[in-house]
Design a protein around this ligand. Sequence first.
Ligand SMILES: [Zn+2]
Length: 340
Amino acid sequence: MRIEINRPLDMHLHLRDGAMLKLAAPHSAKDFAGAVVMPNLVPPVNSAEAMSAYRSRILDAAGTHAKNFAPLMTIFLQKQTPEELLAFKNTPGFFAMKLYPAGATTNSDGGVRDFGEAEPTLRAMEELGIPLLVHGESNGFVMDRETEFLPVYRDLAVRFPELKICMEHISTAAALPLLDEFENLFATVTLHHLLFTLDDLAGGLLAPHLFCKPIVKRPEDREALRAAVFGGNDKIMFGSDSAPHPVSQKESAAAPGGIYSAPVLLPALTELFARNGALEKLNGFLGGNARKIYGLPETTQKIALEDTPQSVPARYCAEDGETCVVPMLAGKEIAWSVCE
Ligand SMILES: [Zn+2]
């Protein structure tokens, strides 16, 4: 069997920098029309200059795939003035502001500590029509900490009714009703939260390459997310949260959170949707919904997949030979492949 989909969008992606960027960028740029790139570098991407320079490094790293790939750039929300926001908006490639509660994830120490102090910035974004992406993960390994964050989304949605607010990678059944309740709330969902539960991470031997934040959840959370996504909820967009970390760190006594899914996303998503009789919802989830929500241009480019099995490599290494990363589903078989 062969299917064709519109060239997709990844609405939440970590590309890193340096050798890791060179390794990761082609994996996304090969199959995707664009991706929302997270700004949590060291130092964070918090100015128009830093954003433009990072965008150039991404396009460089994407190589021959750059011509079909648009990095949708984000800037780390601090206390920017309306003038600064306007300058961002007028800078090519700018897409949205990313709000990190301080200390929430990798390299987020410069984030906002009190949402009240960000109020003037959020108000100006509302007026300028700049979307707000909220990183809703918790810093602690405590089940359901994400649901503690839900009142914050609710509060933001009420206080800034004209602001488009995206809950970045929701992972619980409890987050879904907010999408019905507030017109201006949207969400991204990852592939790994549709595939895995806590048993996959820690039910047997610990699987550090499946350790991410938010952590994969209970089967009932996964089922609720699947029902919403396969049911075609048009407020939910695909955001991989693909986040490479060097294998030396992931397989250590202090493994950072992050799953590297970029190389397998399209075939694995197609397999999952096919198994669940939901192939006709793939286009919406993989970019159609996002294009409508944010008014992004439609694409005329297609990408084809066929049900030819492939094996996922055990690891990918950068040109320096030292920076290696283990992809999601390493060593496993996927039932579908992208047609070259
Ligand atoms: Zn992320």
